[in-house]
Write a protein that binds this ligand. Structure first.
Ligand SMILES: [Fe+2]
Length: 55
C-alpha cells in the first residue's frame, strides 16, 4: 500500500459479532480474523471506497 492509495480498515461482521482491523499505509494489505462462519467482509479503500464481500 502507499500513502496515496491504501486500505483504511477491514470489518468482518457475523450474526452476533463485528470485528474491525485498522490498517495503515506502511502495512501490508492483510488482516486475520477468527473464522466465525458466514458473514460479510467490508473493505474500505481511500480511493475505491467501500467493497462488500459475502463469505
Ligand atoms: Fe483501492
Amino acid at each position: 500500500m502507499t500513502k496515496e492509495h491504501y486500505i483504511s480498515f477491514i470489518v468482518y461482521i457475523t450474526n452476533d459479532r463485528c470485528e474491525i482491523v485498522k490498517l495503515y499505509p506502511e502495512q501490508n494489505a492483510e488482516a486475520r480474523f477468527l473464522k466465525r462462519g458466514k458473514g460479510i467482509i467490508y473493505i474500505y479503500c481511500n480511493k475505491d471506497g467501500l467493497i462488500k464481500k459475502n463469505i
